[in-house]
Structure formats: structure tokens, C-alpha cells
Design a protein around this ligand. Structure first.
Ligand SMILES: O=C(O)CCC(=O)C(=O)O
Length: 489
């Protein structure tokens, strides 16, 4: 029998690899897939990796039979061509079963039931980022139908995944996720992904309003941009890919994405993979939460829904946000201690001298990066670029064609959390959606119960934070950004 895996040569024609005994084999071992994920700095599509996953049969129809009377919240959006993004704060919401959704979507005429006020020709519906645990409860057999272990993450399955079910036109506004990188399995229908590299962030006009833990939104509707107000967007390098069933998209850390459903029904499953860099990102997120909540509550204490994304259950008090920040800082130092231990052991093994000086944050982040890289290093494409071919298709910059004229099949238009160290803090802020699912009240309670009674050496007070935020270098940069932003109008 063959090894069960076969390397793919760049430039070979599309083919299905078979082993000596005629069985279909995957193009990458889990180790190789993980190496690609940890080193590639550009989005790419994995092909022929999930043909044996039971979840490949999870059409919306199948899921409606599994979930039966389960009520699911659908986000309802307008099929509009506005230049303003349709943020979640501007959408309405319907609680319905998947069967009711399918009836509304198939009949395309007004049907009684929860969707009766939504003309199918004017609206789309999206059951978006639904954590499996909320949908399927403790059905561990269902979780096991998703097998991220094939990508080098042993034990990772549906329990760490989210499900997205949409009608044609359903979309997620352009944003970047603060934590991790992302694997997305397209199950039914096609979705078109518009991606932009992290270096293009200034051209995407980032905003934290609406506020959502771990999401930075763009002020631009990237499929119909207002170039008069946002002229720099012309410099953004759009990468586009249409993801078809059976394909898995890898979205590297901090890549912006706008995602639209282009078939009548789409189903996809994704999992955010935690990275070492997230330790610092958690501190940044905690600072952001504290600032946004303080200023927006001061501006208007009575209407948090105007600025708080519906995925965030409630705004959280200054006291609780201080605890978030302190938890994040403590987790950072804990992790740094562990990273230093590993580094020290490695250095001793190599009979090298260990410097007694404590590494500074910047140096530490370099160490972090080296650790998260494994053998390949997160330095860019060269290490794995030779693997590009029919089984790993790079997503490359789009041509000048307007998005509406593009499409087709991938067919690219362009032709565990890795370690459990983060789990302690991941409970609090791994991703916005986890918080929402458990209720901010519960999270707040947990945080306050952990907050130190007596300040520790690393305790961050409000004054400590203010000292940094109103540091003259920071305020100068803020002033420049404010003026720059106002100069566009
Ligand atoms: O599929 C979508 O609509 C959005 C997916 C997304 O934002 C993500 O996986 O991070």
C-alpha cells in the first residue's frame, strides 16, 4: 500500500492521486499541510484534502434534517448596491428553522412564517458564524465529521469550528480578524472571497465602530467603493478567489476579507487557528475594548446597540475591562516565561551562551515568531512556493476587472489552536463569537473572580494605560490620523 499521501508537483495537470491499491490519497500529509499553513504569507486553496470528510455531505437540506426544529438566528440584509458597507448593526434578524429558510429561499415568493416580511427579491438571509456547540449541543459524533487533524491539528474538529449558511447575495463586510489564521471548508454552493494583504491596511480605512471583539472593519464597501471619499482604496491590492465545494481556503493572519455567497444556497465551515502572535494581539484588543466602551458609553450611555455589534452581548464596565486587560498582560508574560524557557533549553543544547539580559518586547516577538514557524519560518513564500500546483493554488492579485464581471470556479480567479497555552485566555477573548455565545455576563463574572485582590508586579492601572495612550508620540499620531481622515471629505 502507498503511504496514503503524495506530494504534488507545481505545474502538473489536475489529477486525483491514487495509492498502489487504487485508493484515493491526499496530496499533503498533516505535517506538510501544517508547515504550509504556518509559513505561507499569502492565501491559497487546498484541493483534494477533504474528500473523505463526512461533513462534505452537509448541505443545508441535510442540516435541516439534523437540526429539525432548532431555531437559528438569520441576519437579513438588503440586496443593495450602496457604497456604505452593510454592517451587522444595520441588518435585521429573524429566528427560524433551516427548513423555513429553505422554503423561503426556494419558493422565492412571499410565504407565511418568520420570513413573511422579507421579499426574496430584495433580501438575503445569513445564518453566519454559528458555533457548532451552540447548534449541535454535545453531539460529539457530529463534531467528528469535521477533521482538521488532516491539516496537522490533532483533535481539532467541529468543536472548534463555525458554520455559515446563506442565500445568494449574503455577505460579510470587509474586515480582518485580530487573532489567528483561518481555514475555510466550502461545503455547498460557491463563495467569492475578496482579500487584501495586511500591508494595505491604511488603504482599507479601518474602523472599530461597530465594535466587536477581534474584528477590525473597513469603512469601504469593497464591491462598490466610494472612491471620492476613500481615494487611497485604489492602491489596495485585491486578491480574489471563488471557492467551490470540496475546497479549503487558507487565510493568513490579518488578511482583510469580504465574502459573498454567489449561489442560491451556500454552506461553509471554518476554524480559526490560534497563533503565537495572538498573545500581544490580546493585549491590543483589551485596550481597544476599554477605550471604545469608555468613550462610547460616555457619549451616550443609553444606546449601546448603535455602536456595539449584535454579536457582543452587552457593553462591559470599566472595572471588568480593566480585568480583561490585566488578564491579557498576565497571559503575555506567562507565555513569555515559557518561551524563554524553551529558548534557554535550545540554546543550552547548542552549547551557546545565554544572555542574562531580559529580551525586550520586540525581541520577544521575534522569538515568538520563530517558535510559531516550526521549521519553515513565517518569512514568506519561498519555503513552500514549490508546492503550488493543482493541489495548492495560490490566490494572486485580481486583474482590473470589476468584481461583478469576475467569477467562475476555482479554480482561483487568479488561476487547535496550535498550542493549548493560550486556552486559559482563549476562554475570554479567543474570538468574539465565543463570548457572545456564552453571554457577556458569565464572562464578566469569570473575569472579575480572577482579578487580583492586590495588584501584582505586572498590574496595569487606568493611569498606566493613560500614560501610554496619551504619550506625546501616540497623541501626535492620533492627531495626524484624525486630520488625514478629515482631509478626504
Ligand atoms: O463566509 C463569510 O461570510 C465570512 C467568513 C469570515 O469572515 C471568516 O471566516 O473569518
Amino acid at each position: 500500500m502507498a503511504t496514503g499521501y503524495e506530494g504534488s508537483a507545481s505545474g502538473t495537470p489536475a489529477r486525483i492521486a491514487v495509492g498502489e491499491e487504487g485508493e484515493r490519497v491526499k496530496p499533503f500529509t498533516p505535517e506538510k499541510a501544517k508547515e504550509i499553513i504556518m509559513s505561507l504569507q499569502q492565501p491559497a486553496v487546498f484541493c483534494n484534502m477533504v474528500f473523505d470528510w463526512p461533513a462534505q455531505h452537509w448541505t443545508a437540506k441535510h442540516l435541516s434534517e439534523v437540526l429539525q426544529a432548532k431555531q437559528i438566528r438569520f441576519r437579513m440584509g438588503l440586496r443593495s448596491t450602496d457604497t456604505v458597507p452593510q454592517f451587522e448593526t444595520a441588518c435585521s434578524y429573524v429566528d427560524a428553522t433551516l427548513e423555513e429558510f429553505l422554503t423561503w429561499n426556494c419558493d422565492q415568493s412571499s410565504v407565511p412564517g418568520p420570513f413573511k416580511d422579507y421579499d426574496h427579491s430584495k433580501f438575503w438571509a445569513y445564518a453566519d458564524y454559528k458555533y457548532f456547540v451552540n447548534l449541535f449541543g454535545d453531539k460529539t459524533d457530529v463534531f467528528r465529521e469535521v477533521m482538521w487533524s488532516d491539516f496537522g491539528f490533532p483533535g481539532r474538529n467541529g468543536q472548534e469550528s463555525t458554520l455559515w449558511i446563506g442565500s445568494q447575495g449574503a455577505h460579510t463586510p470587509c474586515h480582518l480578524d485580530s487573532y489567528g489564521c483561518n481555514l475555510v471548508f466550502q461545503v455547498q454552493g460557491r463563495k467569492r472571497w475578496h482579500l487584501f494583504p495586511p500591508e494595505d491596511t491604511p488603504f482599507l480605512y479601518p474602523t472599530r465602530i461597530p465594535y466587536e471583539e477581534s474584528s477590525v472593519f473597513s469603512k469601504i464597501n469593497v464591491v462598490n467603493p466610494d472612491l471620492k471619499h476613500f481615494p487611497q482604496f485604489q492602491k489596495a491590492r485585491r486578491h480574489m478567489v471563488t471557492l467551490s465545494p470540496g475546497q479549503v481556503l487558507f487565510v493568513p493572519r490579518h488578511w482583510w476579507h469580504y465574502v459573498e455567497s454567489i449561489d442560491p444556497v451556500t454552506v461553509s465551515i471554518n476554524s480559526w487557528i490560534e497563533l503565537e502572535e495572538d498573545h500581544l494581539a490580546r493585549v491590543e484588543e483589551a485596550i481597544t475594548r476599554m477605550l471604545v466602551c469608555a468613550l462610547k458609553t460616555a457619549e451616550d450611555p443609553h444606546h449601546p446597540r448603535a455602536w456595539l455589534n449584535p454579536t457582543e452581548v452587552e457593553e462591559i464596565s470599566h472595572e471588568v475591562n480593566c480585568c480583561y486587560l490585566n488578564d491579557a498582560v498576565r497571559a503575555f508574560f506567562d507565555h513569555r516565561g515559557k518561551a524563554e524557557d524553551v529558548e534557554r533549553q535550545a540554546l543550552q543544547a547548542n552549547r551557546e551562551t545565554w544572555s542574562k539580559d531580559k529580551p525586550r518586547v520586540r525581541e520577544h516577538m521575534d522569538v515568538d515568531r520563530a517558535h510559531s514557524q516550526g521549521l519553515a519560518g513565517r518569512t514568506g513564500k519561498p519555503e513552500v512556493a514549490h508546492l503550488f500546483g493543482p493541489d495548492l493554488v495560490p490566490v494572486t492579485p485580481a486583474s482590473e476587472d470589476p468584481p461583478s464581471e469576475r467569477g467562475g470556479t476555482l479554480q482561483s480567479d487568479s488561476r487547535e489552536r496550535i498550542n493549548r497555552d493560550g486556552a486559559r485566555f482563549a476562554e475570554l477573548s479567543c474570538a468574539r463569537r465565543q463570548q457572545a455565545s456564552r453571554g457577556a455576563g458569565a464572562v464578566a463574572e469569570q473575569v472579575t473572580s480572577r482579578c487580583p485582590a492586590a495588584p501584582s508586579r505586572t498590574f496595569v492601572s487606568t493611569d498606566d494605560l493613560l500614560d501610554c495612550l496619551v504619550n506625546p508620540q501616540v497623541t501626535r499620531m492620533v492627531a495626524q490620523l484624525l486630520i488625514q481622515g478629515k482631509s478626504c471629505f
